[in-house]
Design a protein around this ligand. Sequence first.
Ligand code: ZN
Length: 117
Amino acid sequence: MTIYRGGCHCGRISFSVSGEIDKLLACNCSLCSKRGGLLWFVGREQLTLDSPKADELPTYRFNTRRVAHHFCDVCGCSPFSEAPGSGGKEMAAVNARCLEGVDLGAYEVTHYDGRNH
Ligand SMILES: [Zn+2]
């Protein structure tokens, strides 16, 4: 199992994620198309925040408001989101662009039509 380090640009948000990246998801919903992240979905328990707690971070919600899109109010990066997944399991969508030392070109990118879902 690999431990990835990640966070925002300025370091206010920093975390580690355990697991193996299998594929990345590029979503075309109204938020993702502007934000431009490449998402890696993991169980929320695989994500360990160093600081601060997720519920203390600035958070953007839209549409169904189910997904908590956290962002840094210092540097503006959006390194991860949280949401209940199918079956109620808590999930996190990690922006792989905010992980350290990851060769993004090495992974398959699935294009998800979030705009029409
Ligand atoms: Zn920051």
